[in-house]
Structure formats: C-alpha cells, structure tokens
Design a protein around this ligand. Structure first.
Ligand code: NAD
Ligand code: K
Ligand code: MN
Length: 348
C-alpha cells in the first residue's frame, strides 16, 4: 500500500477538538505507516441543523469507496425525539456493517487514580439489541404505553462470538466472559449466550479455541464484580446495550472516559472512535482529553496490521500518563488538549 486513506468525521462538541489531535499523532509516525491521506467528512447534530440530514449520503459513499479506514469523534444526540433526526454513528455502524465494537480498558498508572490491574477488552455487538431503535408509543387504557423491540439474531451473535474468541485466544490469559441476563430474558439473551458458547464447535474451528476458558456473568453482577475485582476479567463479550454500559463503567476504574478508545470493525472496514460523547459540559474550553482519540487511532492501525505505528502511539500515550505531568483536568491535571498532544508528539 502506497498511501493510507483515512476519513475524518469529528462530528460534534469535543469531537472537533480531539480528532485533529489524533490526526497530528498519526502524521508524526512518518514512514512507520503508508503515507496518510486525510479526507474531511461531516455528520452529526450540527450537520442535521444545517442540512436536515445527520448522515449525508456523500459521507457514507466516500467512506465506502475512497477510504481504507476512518476516525469518528462524537455526536450530540438530543435526548428528546426530534422528527427526522437519528444518530449518525448508529447508522454508520449499520451502513458499513461494523458489527464489532472493541473497547480495551487498561490501567497503566495508579498515580492518576487508576485502579491497579485492569486489563480487559469489552467486545460489544454493534448492530442490534435495543439499538435497532424500533419504538412505538400508543395510548393504553391507563395512559401512554411505550414499547421497544430488542432484536438478537443467531447470525450477529455468532460473528461477535467469533471475534471475541479470536481476541481472547490471542491474549496471554485466554479468558472469555459472556455477559447476559438470560435468567430473566431467556429467549433473547438465551440465544446470545448459547450461540456464543457454540463458537468452538463450529465447522472449521478444529480445536483452535481449546485453550480459551469460558465464564459467564449476569450483567448486573458483572458490573458489581468489575468494581470489586476487575482483574478477573480478560475479554468480555456482550449484546449491544450491556456492552455500552459495561465499557463506560470500566472507564471509571481507570480514571476517565477520556482515556478509552474503541474501534468499530467489520470484515472489510474499520473505524476508530473514542468511547466518550461530545461532552457539552467542557466543549469549547480546550481541555478535552485527546488520549482516547489517539489510542483509537492506534487501535485502528493495529487492526489494519500496522503494529509498529500502533505501538509507538500507545507507548507515547502510556509514557505521558505515567509521568503524570501533562494531563487534562479529567485526570486532575491542569493542561490543555494542545499541551497533552504536544507531550505525546514529543514521545513519538
Ligand atoms: P459524555 O461522554 O459526552 O460525557 C460524560 C462525562 O465525561 C462528562 O462530564 C464529560 O465532560 C466527560 N468526558 C467525556 N469525554 C471526555 C474527554 N475526552 N476529556 C475530558 N472529559 C471527558 O457523555 P454524556 O454527557 O452522557 O453525553 C453527551 C452527548 O454525547 C449526548 O448528546 C450523547 O448522546 C452523546 N454521546 C455520543 C456518543 C458517540 O458519539 N458515540 C457516545 C456517548 C454519548
Ligand atoms: K464517540
Ligand atoms: Mn456509550
């Protein structure tokens, strides 16, 4: 590959502050990766208020036809229902069939309030569950009634299960925990659980996952154990909503959402994305933590096989956290986004 075409979709709020930092970090890698070519693309709430569409078709087409990968910032989705609006990130994950959301949560320094020995990956199913967004509001005999469809398919559960086994098998501990609530939701979560469990018996697997130990944990007690003994978890695989919640909870153990990266991965495309949202409470102040986005760039590069570039980004971020001198206020520091970026660039 001569060049690496990277779509950039900062979207809303602090996305506009942290995605440029990730871009600068990638540019600093020089010849460790093919020459990056960035393509600026729009989506989000601001795009919606300007144009009436949150995810322009052009953005999807350019990503599909002209990009090798992408970085997404964060959207400001309103909590109330707005006619014609629907979350562009949820739509993008579906449009590009990015069925796996992979979220590593790792502690590197107790100094900045990180709970020791957290080293886990949340593998979140990214296309279905309650996020199919089929909701109805009707009038019942005693007032309004709201319903939502929760879709769990064998197909989606199997491919996320395969992804989780593959990731677990590549880690030293090789331990996989299936998160569900099938004591109550025996049909939907039951299907998820059984399908993931059956991955090692699929044709073609041929004992590949014999070394992986499998555990299960109900989602509520999983959060409890996550806070009390996070070291028991290695890879956690979960349906969409549980995975969303568990990974935000895990972020608290390492000090800040501003540290947690993710990739949205499919079989033919990958999009890096910090786990956090648009953070309206700190938007425009120049103090958003850029490290989650830089780590997301690293994760994206690693997924594409550019291990050396990814390692350099991760090592630089870890060094800045360990030194503890240049940190944003979410990590009890006093530095700005730009100062943290500069510190990372120096390490790179
Ligand atoms: P949030 O992640 O935006 O913020 C939660 C808290 O964490 C806030 O106090 C914020 O200041 C802090 N925080 C988050 N990222 C930070 C960073 N990089 N540096 C420093 N502090 C950081 O979650 P929220 O407040 O629940 O949601 C705000 C908006 O973001 C909503 O409109 C929501 O829909 C949207 N959102 C979007 C995504 C996405 O784009 N995938 C994900 C979550 C939330
Ligand atoms: K985000
Ligand atoms: Mn979330």
């Amino acid at each position: 590959r001569q060049s690496l075409r990277i779509g950039l979709i900062p979207a809303d709020g602090i996305g506009k502050e942290v995605i440029p930092a990730a871009r600068a970090a990638i540019e600093a890698l020089g010849s460790d990766i093919p020459k990056p070519q960035f393509v600026d693309l729009v989506a989000g709430w601001e795009t919606f208020t300007r144009t009436g569409v949150a995810l322009p078709q052009d953005t999807v087409d350019v990503l599909r036809n002209e990009c090798d990968c992408a970085l997404f910032g964060s959207v400001s989705s309103p909590s109330r229902k707005v006619v014609g609006y629907s979350s562009p990130i949820v739509a993008l994950r579906k449009e590009l069939d990015l069925y796996a959301n992979i979220r590593p949560v790792v502690s590197v320094s107790a100094e900045v309030g990180q709970k020791a020995s957290v080293d886990l990956i949340v593998v979140r199913e990214n296309t279905e569950c309650l996020y199919v967004k089929q909701e109805q509001l009707t009038d019942g005999p005693n007032g309004k009634e709201a319903r939502a469809t929760r879709l769990i398919t064998e197909h989606a559960s199997r491919r996320i299960g395969q992804m989780a086994f593959k990731l677990a098998n590549a880690r030293p501990r090789k331990h996989l925990t299936i998160i569900h609530k099938s004591n109550v939701l025996s049909v939907t979560d039951g299907l998820f659980r059984e399908t993931v469990r059956s991955v090692p018996t699929l044709p073609g697997v041929d004992g590949k996952y014999d070394g992986v130990t499998i555990a299960e944990q109900l989602v509520d007690s999983a959060v409890y154990r996550l806070f009390r003994e996070p070291e028991i978890f290695d890879v956690m695989v979960a349906p969409n909503l549980y995975g969303d919640i568990i990974s935000d909870a895990a972020a608290a153990l390492v000090g800040s959402l501003g540290l947690i990266p993710s990739i949205n991965a499919g079989d033919s495309f990958v999009m890096g994305e910090p786990v956090h949202g648009s953070a309206p409470d700190i938007e425009g102040k120049g103090i958003a933590n850029p490290l989650a986005s830089i780590r997301s760039a690293a994760l994206m590069l690693r997924h594409l096989g550019y291990t050396k570039g990814a390692d350099r980004l991760d090592t630089a971020v870890d060094q800045v956290i360990r030194e503890g001198k240049t940190l944003t206020p979410d990590l009890k520091g006093t530095s700005t986004t730009t100062e943290v970026l500069e510190a990372v660039l120096k390490k790179i």
